[in-house]
Design a binder for this molecule. Structure first.
Ligand code: G4P
Length: 288
């Protein structure tokens, strides 16, 4: 279902993280609030050890607030970790970050030393947007190339914080199929890297389980049929995604659902909850 990608970047990105970590005091790890576990790369936790980490749950405007609250609690179980839901384009939201960084590094602040901070995360989670909002101007490159340069510039945020101007790129973990499917549904990986129809069908089933009222309302369905295929067919019919003979064009129906899900048209939806392995994504298995 998912085509592997990024293999060439992995080794390089790892070496860059290893090189940069000793030079910084705190890592701002940007996660997608809709899928905080699947949008993380466990390598970062292994490499940073007990270095303070502020986990930003970005795009919280798109996520289910109840799930986000549960994620903050779950993520903060880890030592030296704080979690902050926000919307990277929102200046007031981003403005909370420097204060939290200073709180987390209180002893260094007392010593009057500037705090060296870097923003890291997988592509598309909003790293560049966040850096630009924090800096108050367009600085970070928006793109998906491994991006810790050998000599990143530091932006003085004028509150005792020096922020690396280039986000650190982590690669998405795609060998866990449920996680990869959630990433695909969120739009974090390119559409040519997975089977749109399959991801759309699983997503339809997930939404029917977790957000039935929102799904019914969006597609004007009185009842939700049971099963992935009948669900995507019902959605496709409502959207006029038909082929000759009146059958539903499953690919187009899936594309429509995923596009509207990503744009927040179904309302605020999270694609995973902490310690939950009983949903349509979790049940996805490799077809032998
Ligand atoms: P990256 O550096 O981690 O790769 O991510 P980047 O900042 O480029 O953001 C990826 C996409 O996510 C952009 O949309 C950006 O606008 C959007 N985004 C970032 N933060 C938020 C947020 O808090 N909420 C929402 N809803 N979207 C967010 P795009 O369509 O790729 O680009 P653009 O047309 O918005 O410029």
């Amino acid at each position: 279902m998912i085509i592997d990608w990024y293999p060439g970047h992995m080794k390089k990105a790892r070496a860059q993280i290893v090189e940069i970590l000793p030079k910084i005091d705190l890592v701002i790890e940007v996660l997608d609030a809709r899928l905080p576990a699947s949008s993380a790369n466990p390598l970062l936790a292994r490499l940073r050890k007990d270095k303070p980490c502020l986990k930003v749950l970005n795009k919280s405007d798109l996520a289910d607030p109840v799930a986000t609250k549960a994620w903050v609690k779950a993520l903060e179980q880890e030592q030296n970790v704080k979690a902050l839901p926000l919307e990277a384009k929102n200046r007031r939201d981003a403005g909370l970050l420097p204060k939290l960084c200073r709180q987390m590094l209180a002893s260094r602040v007392k010593a009057g030393k500037p705090l060296r901070v870097i923003v890291v995360g997988i592509p598309n989670v909003g790293k560049s947007t966040l850096i630009n909002t924090l800096a108050g101007k367009k600085i970070a490159r928006v793109g998906d190339k491994p991006a810790i340069t050998t000599c990143p510039q530091q932006i003085d945020l004028r509150n005792g914080i020096l922020l690396s101007d280039t986000p650190g790129l982590l690669w998405p973990v795609l060998d866990n199929l449920p996680g990869a499917c959630r990433l695909a549904a969120s739009g974090a990986i390119g559409d040519n890297a997975f089977d749109t129809t399959e991801v759309g069908m699983v997503s339809a089933e997930y939404l029917a389980e977790r957000y039935p009222a929102q799904l019914k309302e969006r597609y004007n369905l009185q009842e939700l049929p049971t099963g992935q295929l009948p669900l995507i067919e019902a959605i496709g019919r409502k959207r006029g995604c038909l082929i000759a003979g009146g059958d539903v064009d499953l690919h187009r129906a899936a594309e429509t659902l995923l596009r509207e899900l990503r744009a927040g048209k179904l309302g605020r939806v999270s694609l995973e909850r902490p310690a939950d392995d009983n949903d349509a994504y979790s049940r996805v298995q490799e077809v032998k």
